[in-house]
Design a protein around this ligand. Structure first.
Ligand SMILES: [Zn+2]
Length: 250
């Protein structure tokens, strides 16, 4: 498949132009003209790049790209990363907030789908003026501890929990990655708030707001959309796709 066609499809499907972001979303590095294999990963980093090369990938699709706010310097780590991609003719496509927010393959909607939270789905989690997460309800109340065990098993992660709400939960709001600052909106709307990275700052707010907060890992919460995207693109275009797992444990 021609890279131009693929890029245009991805830009449109992920609504790249509609979402304001510090990440420069879209094609960040241009490699070969034709794409026969795409690797998918959470982070653009030397380890992921090497694994993509080993897989003979023509393109790497990531959630956290290389260019944030614009190119400042092509030196040091940045130089080495770019050099590797250019020398190996591997394209780099990044989709940060657009992949969090996406209504089909996004990190947040996928999280709800995986854990069977499929009632009363609505937009949730205002970031940069737009809702990038989703909230929904379990069909039947669920024990917080069971939910945590399921998350740890499914996402291969270790959760940190602020258990200040009810043990039996019904509504869940999720914003992947580092979104602890959305705690106030969560207190207003849901029994349980799930995000990736823990934040000391929200401890007492959660306590006084009587809400459960699950920090399920920045990396882990952002694998679900990337994996869904790999499956979707593979099926849609008949291109070989592969998810590259480089966990940070954070
Ligand atoms: Zn992130």
């Amino acid at each position: 498949m021609e890279i131009k066609k693929l890029k245009n499809f991805l830009d449109e499907y992920l609504k790249i132009a509609e979402i304001e972001d510090v990440s420069v979303n879209g094609l960040q590095v241009e490699g070969k003209k034709n794409v026969n294999k795409i690797c998918f990963a959470v982070d653009a980093c030397a380890e992921t790049f090497k694994l993509a090369k080993k897989e003979n990938a023509d393109m790497l699709f990531v959630h956290h790209g290389m260019i944030w706010g614009g190119i400042k310097k092509v030196t040091g780590i940045n130089y080495l990363r770019l050099k590797f991609l250019i020398e190996n003719k591997i394209s780099l496509y990044a989709s940060h907030l657009p992949l969090d927010k996406h209504e089909e393959v996004g990190n947040n909607i996928q999280f709800l789908k995986i854990f069977g939270i499929n009632e009363a789905i609505e937009d949730f989690g205002t970031y940069h003026g737009i809702k990038i997460g989703y909230a929904g309800r379990f069909e039947k109340e669920k024990n917080l501890s069971d939910f945590v065990s399921e998350i740890e098993k499914q996402l291969n992660t270790k959760c940190k929990i602020l258990k200040f709400g009810k043990e039996k939960i019904k509504s869940v709001g999720v914003v992947s990655g580092g979104a602890a600052s959305l705690i106030d909106e969560a207190i207003e709307n849901v029994d349980c708030f799930v995000t990736g990275e823990p934040s000391h700052q929200v401890y007492h707010i959660a306590k006084e707001g009587k809400i459960n907060v699950i920090f399920a890992g920045h990396y882990a919460t952002e694998t679900v959309g990337v994996k869904a995207m790999a499956e979707f693109i593979g099926k849609k275009f008949g291109i070989e796709t592969k998810f590259i797992d480089v966990p940070t444990g954070l």
